[in-house]
Write a protein that binds this ligand. Structure first.
Ligand code: ATP
Length: 215
């Protein structure tokens, strides 16, 4: 995982939850325990949630399927559910797989707050798909949101996204690691001091540091 800065222990947590069910689903069957199906990552924008999910998929030799919340919501009437189903079918066919749903709050907002029928149907579809995942499916869903409180509670019940991990803003050491990653291929002038940059960029998340390196 050396291309994700400052998230060492977070990565280990996700990996622990995801790798076992992906690689050894028969273990859970033998124990008579349902493997975890869903992990919800939450934290501020640009902290590397997508990057983290990709890295875990890579490391576990799993296929990676990305669903972008706002994008799928923008589909024509009735198309969104179909697209969602399609991705899950593809992922099951190509298992072991990780389905990553970015900005899940836009797909599955609290149903009380939603007026449109289309939105309600999409939440229901997602719940059905999660519930329909077989215990030996080698498929884990990772979802990300900046606003966990805005996600429909039904999604956070056992058997769905019942594991939650906070992806936080990096500290100085994390920032130093991220700066290292994003300047790796760059010829740097002698006056560039990454330690100093890490010290003086309090509050910067990974996306900010990547942008800084580009500048
Ligand atoms: P959002 O919530 O906005 O979707 P995110 O948390 O999923 O953001 P990413 O899309 O993974 O964040 O990262 C955005 C950019 O910042 C990418 O270019 C990524 O390389 C960089 N980045 C973010 N966090 C890290 C990190 N911990 N280490 C290295 N690069 C990072």
């Amino acid at each position: 995982y050396d291309d994700i800065g400052g998230l060492g222990s977070t990565i280990d947590q996700v990996r622990e939850m995801v790798e076992l069910p992906l690689r050894y689903p028969e273990l859970f069957q033998r124990l008579g325990v349902d493997p975890p199906k869903g992990v919800l990552l939450h934290g501020p924008p640009g902290t590397g949630k997508t990057r983290l999910a990709r890295a875990v998929a890579n490391e576990s030799d799993a296929q990676f399927f990305l669903i972008n919340g706002p994008e799928i919501m923008g589909s024509a009437y009735g198309e969104s559910e179909g697209k969602l189903r399609q991705v899950f079918e593809e992922a099951a066919k190509n298992a072991p797989s990780i389905v990553f749903i970015d900005e899940i709050d836009s797909i599955a907002p609290k149903r009380g707050n939603v007026s449109g029928e289309a939105e309600k149907r999409l939440v229901a579809q997602l719940l059905t798909l999660m519930d329909g995942l077989e215990a030996r499916a080698n498929l884990v869903v990772i979802a990300a949101t900046n606003r966990p409180e805005a996600v429909d509670e039904a999604l956070r019940r056992p058997g769905r996204f019942d594991r939650e991990i906070v992806v936080g803003v990096p500290d100085e050491r994390g920032r130093r690691e991220i700066l290292g990653i994003h300047t790796r291929g760059m010829p740097l002038g002698d006056h560039v001091d990454l330690d100093e940059l890490a010290r003086t960029t309090y509050g910067f998340v990974g996306a900010d540091l990547a942008a800084l390196a580009r500048e």
